[in-house]
Write a protein of this length. Sequence first.
Lengths: 494, 249
Amino acid sequence: MSWILVRIAFRNLREHLAKTLIIGSLIMLGVMLLVVGNSFMDTIQKGIEKNYTENYTGDLFIVNNSVEEISLIFSYDAMSKGPRSVPEYEKVEKIVNSFDQVDKTTGQLNGLATAKWGELGEAFVVLFGVNPSSYTRMFPDGVNILEGSFLPEDGSEGIVLSKTVAQQFSDTAGQQIQVGDTILLTTINTVSGAKIREVTVRGIHDYGDASFDLQFISFIDENNLRIMNGMVANNIEDLDLEETEKEDLGNVSEDELFSLFSDENLFTVTDDVSSIQDDDDYDSLLGDTSDRDIALEVDPHAWNYLLVKLADSGDTDSMVRKINRELEKQGIDATAYPWIKGAGMSAKLADTLSIVFNVLIIVIAIVAVIIIMNTLVISVSERFSEIGTMRAIGAKKNFIRKMITLETMMITLTFGTIGVILGIITLVIFRMVGIEATNQFLQILLGGDIFRPSISVSAIFTSVISVTIVGIAASLYPVSIALKISPLEAMNKG
Amino acid sequence: MKKIMTVLAVSVLLLPLYSISIERGREIINEVDENTTFSGIDLSAQLTIISEDPSDGIDKSKVLQFRNDDDDKFLMLIVEPVAQKGQGYLMIDDNLWFYDPQSRKFSHTSMKEQFNDSDANNSDFQESSLIEDYDVIQVEEAKLGSFDVYKIVMEANNNEVTYPKQILWVTQKNSLVLKSEDYSASDRLLRTSYYPSYTKAADTFIPNKMIFIDNLVENKKTTITISDISVKDLPDSLFTKAYVERVNN
């Protein structure tokens, strides 16, 4: 029975060769596009993942739950008020390191500042505050030092400027900044207000074509960045508002504001209330400032993020779940996230492009289904009398169904296989020749000047599954038409 | 033809009125400057600054303000919160410096910058120089609550000012600003300011209260209450970097 079906299906395809070739070519091109496109996407995603996890983010990270804008690269939250550091950092670090799958951990602080060098040099810097020894242990290839060295391991102050920032200084000052020069960093936080720090340039580094986000990042010693972020150990301030001040809170009503007074009582004449008797009194205006020193004492365990490197990156999702369960169990107000959550725009761009590509593929698949279906419907109509006759001499509906489906599947699988082979050949050619990234956007996305895509097994598998689904979907309607053909009507027409 | 002649005649008649209005507008903003400039005397006061921010919550700070308008100098010295005690903004020789007592360093800053992360700008604390910095574009009579006011539309004539365009509501009787709308170059409303009452000290007016509403962030606002106003002469040594360092020791 099956053999007969195959022979009939094969004969029909051969007799309608033009239609077979049209449908087949469509399928072949579609599958080839799928294999090449998905392999490109897989290569880009894997490249970005490897680049980020091995050099900047680790496989996962832990952050305080109150942080709304999660970004390991660039976060305004680092400058905002409140306990934005990982709570009970040492305990969290101990919990994380208790898992065998965890290879290394390190803390990271984030910050932003304007930087001045001499009278003229100006730049905007994105700062990573790190512990130099644990950071370089975790990311041995992450920092490419062009001049000088990385931050001193004894914890003394310093900054390692990014090449881009060093160039900004050179452009504005008209001369090259040197290792050993000092720069002034200015920033503001809502705990200790505006902060100025003078730091020594220890080195200049380059992230290469890693990402646009990373080009402004400079490394600074952890103590300086904690001071700049207002990460203090003693929260001794309590908001103390007077009753009249509480009344001023909330929305302002313009009508109320300007109906209380009139021209007659808009102003009052004041008596001089100065308590200063002589000029010496000005020197004691601030009184005792020792309380300020206590208020500004830095919390040495404050980190914005705990970065975690796993022995096997494939365990990332399961480890995120495990660590989060343990953090919840221990009542710690922090959450673990996979690296991509905090990796910034460039890393997410590949994901976005992948989504766009897949949407495009779905649209193409729908169009392909419609074209194949229409062609099959025409084919079935042309074989109206033939199918009717088959039904009249005893062919069951199931036989007709199998025959049409088999015809479709023969086309899809045969041409699909050709598409896969052509896709692989195309990828091999691209891999040998290499695709040149002609602009910075492409260089960031493709991870370098020349892109060499890998053949993705999952892309091939996905393509074969997709083409099978397309084949089955496209045959449903023609089958239903074929099954409606009555033998009597077919013979009358014939 | 008759209609055209009528329109032309009306236009010619209205032209002087329009130019008088612009000229009157310049007079008014000149009066605003004079009313709020401490000429021949100095000013010291305490500012209580309450900032409301939907993401950061409520902050309160106290600042001592010292002004010598004749020499274009001012000093703002933060006394509360304790973590910011001693931080200062010093305006000397057309340069505005910020001082951080923790690092004992001064850094050059700009009048356009926000004051201590509030909705007030550093320029809100210097003497008013509207007549120099802005051209009057339009003047009309208006009502603001129970006040008869002039509504004056101004555009900046230089890049040094904080806002390229301002609309002021100025009392007709005393030439005091009650309300200001501050716009970007693209005519976007950035900030609305209210000055609901004033104190008169030695013939010069200073607002008792200033309310700055951030029009870009909903429910973000700063209220500044001014107290302990004095017009006693201030020593020149107060407006020096040496003093700012010394007072922190």
